[in-house]
Design a protein around this ligand. Structure first.
Ligand SMILES: NC(=O)c1ccc[n+]([C@@H]2O[C@H](COP(=O)([O-])OP(=O)(O)OC[C@H]3O[C@@H](n4cnc5c(N)ncnc54)[C@H](OP(=O)(O)O)[C@@H]3O)[C@@H](O)[C@H]2O)c1
Length: 294
């Protein structure tokens, strides 16, 4: 159960390298039994958000699991459009729903829907205030591109610890620039959602064509089954990223957690996946970010 490695954040806190998410398929759903199942399978990092509308069910799943609070890493994200002066109250309401005294990580969900009467800088100061109060042990951002990171870093006393992004080979050409900028400017750890997109949201594309022979080669070398999910998660993990994924199926949750026993990719494998990703840039969440920018 304790085979999940942790990644040290720039504030010194440790985050389990893979998370079970309660958005996407579970958006707006009663996710309590799914959360309980994920924890029973060995997940300790749970990714929620105010906008998913299911924080109370996430809290219920945590409670039912019987797992000690100290063994769990719980994330929530600020509802897009929240005004800076409402940040504290919104987090307190999340904590009430979750049944917790603090979250391990609180993220600005998106820079694309700025509050009418505020800026990203003011929003970040409000995030720093809840961090100072201990309501969030770490604070970070999500879906931030380089300009958004620059805006926050221009005022930050606490550098964001994480930038959670749609990160897979088909977004790497652009998202990879923000990853590299974040790592070079304060050690902002990237977290990837949508990491399995090439398998089923864009099946049959150039990434499949390089991942399939890698899966065969690695399975032979390892003597056990290595799956496309293992390869795609390794691709993220070996770039220093956190994996945020989900599944409704126990076998798949177990498969995801076996990533840490599977063999690492070579530098050449990683380059081949990067290259295949550039042949077909595609995003599956948040549409074209330029459409949302004011
Ligand atoms: N910050 C943000 O703006 C943002 C945006 C989106 C998501 N997220 C977070 O990231 C989490 C994960 O996002 P995601 O769902 O996009 O992650 P993902 O890892 O790309 O996809 C997970 C999905 O992959 C499916 N899957 C896995 N292997 C498959 C296969 N071989 N064939 C077909 N389907 C397969 C699973 O379906 P089954 O259920 O059938 O196993 C599961 O629903 C969300 O729950 C949320 O917490 C954050």
């Amino acid at each position: 159960m304790s085979t999940i490695p942790t990644i040290k954040l720039n504030d010194g806190n440790a985050v389990p390298a893979i998370a079970f998410g309660t958005g996407s398929k579970l958006f707006g759903q009663d996710c309590a039994s799914s959360v309980q199942l994920a924890i029973d399978c060995g997940f300790t990092h749970l990714d929620g958000a105010q906008v998913y509308g299911n924080e109370a069910f996430l809290g219920e799943g945590i409670k039912r699991s019987g797992k000690a609070r100290s063994e769990l890493f719980i994330v929530t994200k600020l509802q897009p459009g929240t005004k800076p002066r409402e940040v504290r109250a919104s987090l307190v309401e999340s904590l009430r729903k979750l049944g917790l005294d603090f979250v391990d990580l609180f993220l600005i969900h998106s820079p694309l829907m700025k509050p009418e009467d505020g800026t990203l800088q003011e929003l970040w100061k409000a995030m720093e205030a809840v961090h100072a109060e201990g309501l969030a042990k770490s604070i970070g951002v999500s879906n931030f591109m380089i300009d958004d990171l620059k805006a926050v870093l221009s005022v930050a006393k606490v550098v964001p610890s994480v930038n959670q992004m749609e990160l897979h080979p088909y977004t790497w050409k652009d998202a990879g620039l923000a990853v590299e900028y974040g790592l070079a400017n304060g050690g902002i750890t990237p977290a990837s959602y949508g990491g399995l997109s090439s398998i089923f949201r864009a099946a049959g594309g150039p990434v499949d064509q390089v991942v399939t022979p890698m899966v065969e080669r690695l399975s032979k070398e390892y003597g056990k089954s290595v799956t496309p999910a293992h390869v795609l998660f390794k691709w993220i993990l070996q770039k220093g990223g956190i994996v945020v994924t989900t599944s409704s199926k126990e076998e798949r949750l177990k498969e995801y957690l076996e990533t840490f026993q599977a063999p690492d990719l070579t530098a050449e494998d990683i380059r081949a996946i990067d290259q295949a990703g550039t042949e077909k840039s595609e995003r599956f969440y948040w549409g074209n970010p330029d459409k949302f920018r004011k």
